[in-house]
Ligand binder design. Structure first.
Ligand SMILES: Nc1ncnc2c1ncn2[C@@H]1O[C@H](COP(=O)(O)OP(=O)(O)O)[C@@H](O)[C@H]1O
Ligand SMILES: [Mg+2]
Length: 439
């Protein structure tokens, strides 16, 4: 930071006039080259500034008929302004200009006096002071622009970290969702293994019997009977338990579980492409569905989801970004419910736009809060639960898609978010990569 500019830098050290000066003498002084640029002259007595006389005041006298003759011999003290503007040389430009602009008369007819600990040092020109202030302001606005840029950069970082946070949330959710099918796939495989062992044993006793029957030696009736009994018993158990049918069921279940797992993985893959902001033709109904898969774990105990999907056209958009918006809205809806509630997911279209509604019957948003909810960092939630970025990011994403996001809410009744996206967005503004604030 540069040193603060002081009044001393404006000092013009002119020798002052005294109370003994006569009006006509002062008139002559104003004509001198050295005083040429000045509007007024300081009057100093014993080192103290006692007044100031302006060119204008003198002119008023001299322009009177016989003015010079009538008043020229009088002391300047008689007509001087006894309340000159005085500033200390150590004062900052800022405080001096505040003082002067507050006390100066218009039009400006006087300069100001500069003192050092009360002692006269010289004078300063008001215009110089104003110029200096102007320069300072210009510099400040440069700094302001820089600060704004830094702020923008840090916002981009925060957007990134909110993205990471929601990714983290999703990953946790998906991991949980995968765990359930994984659990029973494992269980099924273990059970199949047991059944398989039984079958293997059965096959091996058959094998022994066949070997015995084919053997050249005289077969032992008793041994044969024992083997037949063993087979009959094992087969009976197998039949009774309907083991082959059970195995079929187990296989079916297992396949279903594996399919569920691959679906989740696919969804996660779609979702995690947040950075790529790939543009695709997609139906908002599908976006709602894949968001639900991801959000299921967070909302399932709280929220009953009601779907009213319309027959809507696909639109070009970045599904991962729209998914993130839906996830933010769904999470907010769930968080707005003290215990349990309903969320309506609705889509419809007209000839220009497709619309998506996320409506909850949660706590609602108080009137005084409503105008702030899209502001970055605005949150009413405790630390750790809310970052206050969800809606501001959602707003930006929808804006970048050429759409609109609107909210209506009634405290105690619920909240409704309405998103509209153009069916054919303007070619000029494809959605840029997320995380780069564009203004
Ligand atoms: N569905 C909703 N019901 C009630 N309040 C909401 C809802 N959605 C958003 N809000 C309010 O808007 C604020 C900002 O939301 P958001 O930007 O997502 O940040 P966060 O959820 O991290 O607080 C929330 O703190 C909450 O007060
Ligand atoms: Mg939120």
């Amino acid at each position: 930071m540069s040193a603060v500019a002081r009044v001393s830098s404006l000092l013009i050290p002119i020798s002052p006039i005294t109370l003994q000066h006569k009006i006509s003498e002062v008139g002559d002084l104003f004509l001198l080259d050295s005083y040429n640029q000045l509007l007024s002259l300081p009057i100093v007595d014993n080192g103290r500034a006692v007044g100031v006389i302006s060119r204008y005041e003198l002119m008023k006298i001299f322009l009177q008929r016989y003015g010079r003759e009538l008043y020229g011999n009088q002391s300047i003290g008689q007509i001087m302004n006894t309340k000159p503007l005085i500033v200390e040389s150590s004062q900052t430009m800022q405080s001096a200009s505040e003082y002067i602009t507050e006390h100066i008369h218009f039009p400006i007819m006087e300069d100001f006096i500069i003192t050092d600990k009360g002692e006269y040092k010289g004078i300063g020109v008001v215009l110089h002071l104003l110029k200096a202030m102007e320069r300072q302001l210009a510099k400040h606005s440069g700094e302001l622009a820089k600060a704004y840029k830094r702020l923008q950069e840090s916002q981009a970082q925060l957007v990134q970290s909110e993205k990471m946070a929601s990714l983290g949330q999703m990953v946790a959710g998906v991991a949980h969702e995968i765990n359930t099918p994984l659990g029973y796939v494992r269980n099924n495989v273990e059970m199949t293994q047991q059944l398989f062992t039984q079958a293997q044993e059965l096959v091996s006793v058959y094998d022994t019997l066949v070997t015995t029957l084919y053997s050249e030696e005289e077969s032992d009736e008793v041994q044969l009977q024992a083997q037949l009994n063993d087979i009959a018993e094992r087969s009976a158990v197998f039949k009774e338990e309907d083991s082959f049918a059970e195995m079929q069921d187990l296989f079916k279940d297992t396949l279903y579980g594996v399919e569920q797992i691959s679906e989740l993985v696919l969804n996660l893959k779609n979702f995690s492409r947040l950075d790529q902001a790939k543009v695709d033709n997609i139906s908002l109904n599908d976006c709602f569905e894949s968001t639900l898969v991801i959000a299921k774990n967070t909302i399932k105990h709280k929220v009953k989801v009601i779907k009213q999907y319309g027959d809507i056209p696909k639109i070009p958009c970045s599904p991962s970004q729209i998914n993130q918006v839906f996830l933010n809205l769904l999470t907010n809806a769930a968080q707005a419910m003290p215990t349990q509630g309903n969320v309506l997911l609705k889509t419809y279209a007209d000839e220009k736009c497709v619309y998506a509604v996320v409506q909850d019957d949660g706590s609602g948003i108080p009137k005084e809060v409503l105008p702030k909810i899209f502001d970055p960092f605005f949150t009413t939630k405790p630390i750790g639960e809310g970052t206050g970025l969800g809606l501001s990011i959602s707003y930006k994403i929808i804006q970048q898609h050429g759409g609109q996001i609107k909210v209506a809410s009634q405290q105690g009744k619920g909240t409704r978010f309405l998103i509209s996206l153009p069916i054919a967005p303007k070619k000029a503004a494809p959605p840029p990569a997320q995380g780069k604030p564009n203004e």
